[in-house]
Design a protein around this ligand. Structure first.
Ligand code: PA5
Length: 451
């Protein structure tokens, strides 16, 4: 099976001052960073459980996930997956990538895959009200996901969804419709789940939120939605093997990490992940969390942004072409679409498009990709290409793992701990203080004076 390719030849002049010799010179450093990811001797090594995760997932574990998913599928038309950050973005990204672009238009039917909706990723009153309104005629169940078990956004959402489930089906029947994914022993959610007798799955201690998509955090909601989770895990396991053993020149994670490290050091501080497939948009959201939380610390790190093209060529395209020259682009390309659609000839040709008659839309997209790449390179925006053979579970699993591995390597090359996120605490402290949470009285008073 063809694997994911990373091309870095378009990062050099005229797009940047980086040369092939600069990337080659980084090789020892990138290999050392890669070795640290495997040896566990680098910063944050308590959180390296994701490195060997795909190949360690057993058939029995997948069976258990599938059984729990089937339990929820059997009782619900809509399953609400509650979580935020790493407990949300992976499932959302994969679900959209592997689902139909218009699945949301079809109402869930008995016997078909339940619709998976998300909650707890915001504190919007309108979102919450509209979610409950949207599901009022459907049987519901929920998967509540929180590693710490104490995160405010999902905790609020779970209180509301649990109340709704208990109101509709009775407290005594609620446990059939609730599965919790959380820490083995710590946190409010673990306590609640044990008290109420919910089925639970454990998020391993050594896998941080943004690296957890291949644990039950991602796999359970995806299995509920009917996604081929075995294919996803197999694709990730294959990429685990490739990136663990392939030499630098054939190692997609090392090449990607080396290219972006060279560009960062040459003054390119912003990385835009671009794709030309709308269903990959949320892969961009997942990737932004992965790299933003892993690298953005100690006053350092590439700022991760994302666009979906060609739509955003008609908005952000102007800035990318001619704005500040501090960015580079990583483009996800898909070699083969799943479906075939050709442009027909038109007798009148009023739109002048007959030169495209008989050609596939994917050919037009391909030329847009290549034309844009050269235009951006000419405009001073270096281009890394990540090519997937197709959008399927195997390729997406491989892509997720490749990005994770490159993230660990890049973080170590940057000199930070890629596996902590001390900065996300600051807003929580202020929010609790402003809400009058017991214990935060002084901070609350000080903050209110500043508002
Ligand atoms: O990457 C991370 O660790 C964070 O984004 C967390 O996933 C997020 O804050 C949610 O945390 P929890 O799963 O503990 O509710």
């Amino acid at each position: 099976m063809k694997s994911i390719q990373v091309e870095i030849d378009k990062i050099y002049a005229p797009a940047s001052t980086v040369t092939a010799a600069d990337v080659a010179a980084l090789r020892p450093e990138i290999e050392r960073a890669h070795a640290l990811v495997h040896s566990g001797e680098g910063k944050g090594s308590d959180f390296l459980g994701w490195v060997g995760l795909p190949s360690s997932i057993t058939a029995a574990q997948l069976d258990e996930i599938q059984a729990a998913a089937d339990g929820l599928r059997g009782v619900a038309d809509v399953v609400i997956a509650i979580g935020i950050g790493g407990s949300y973005l992976g499932a959302k990204a994969v679900l959209e990538a592997l689902g139909g672009s218009f699945d949301h238009l079809a109402l869930p039917k008995k016997g078909s895959n339940p619709r998976v909706l998300f909650a707890g990723q915001n504190i919007s009153e309108d979102y919450t009200w509209e979610l409950l309104e949207a599901v009022k005629d459907y049987d519901i169940a929920t998967i509540v996901i929180s590693k710490s078990g104490t995160t405010t956004e999902p905790a609020i959402a779970f209180r509301i969804i649990r109340d709704e489930i208990e109101r509709r089906y009775g407290k005594e029947n609620a446990a059939r419709r609730i599965v919790a994914v959380t820490d083995e022993s710590k946190g409010a959610l673990r306590k609640l789940a044990d008290t109420e007798g919910y089925k639970t799955f454990v998020i391993p201690d050594n896998v941080g939120g943004r690296f957890s998509v291949l644990t039950p955090v991602g796999l359970l909601p995806l299995a509920v939605a009917g996604v081929d989770v075995r294919g996803l895990v197999a694709g990730a396991a294959e990429m685990e093997r490739i990136t663990a053993t392939a030499p630098f020149d054939e190692n997609p994670a090392m090449r990607y990490a080396a290219a972006r490290t060279a560009l960062y050091r040459a003054g390119k501080k912003i990385e835009i992940l671009a794709s030309y497939e709308p269903k990959l948009q949320n892969i961009g959201e997942w990737w932004k969390q992965l790299y933003g939380e892993s690298e953005g610390k100690e006053g350092r790190g590439i700022f991760p942004a994302s666009v979906t093209l060609t739509a955003d060529l008609h908005s952000m395209g102007q800035y990318i072409q001619e704005g500040e020259r501090t960015m580079f682009e990583t483009v996800i390309r898909v070699a083969e679409p799943a479906h075939e659609f050709r442009i027909e000839a038109d007798a009148e040709n009023l739109d002048g498009l007959n030169f495209l008659a008989g050609r596939r839309i994917s050919e037009v997209n391909r030329m847009a990709i290549l034309g844009t790449m050269l235009a951006h390179v000419d405009g001073g925006v270096p281009n890394i290409a990540v090519e997937l053979p197709r959008i399927d579970a195997h390729s997406i699993g491989g892509l997720l793992y490749m990005f994770e591995k490159a993230c660990g390597i890049s973080g170590y090359a940057l000199g930070v701990n890629p596996f902590d996120q001390p900065g996300v605490e600051a807003y929580k402290k202020n929010m609790f203080a402003l809400l009058g949470k017991p214990g935060y009285e002084e901070e609350g008073e000080a903050l209110r004076k500043r508002l």
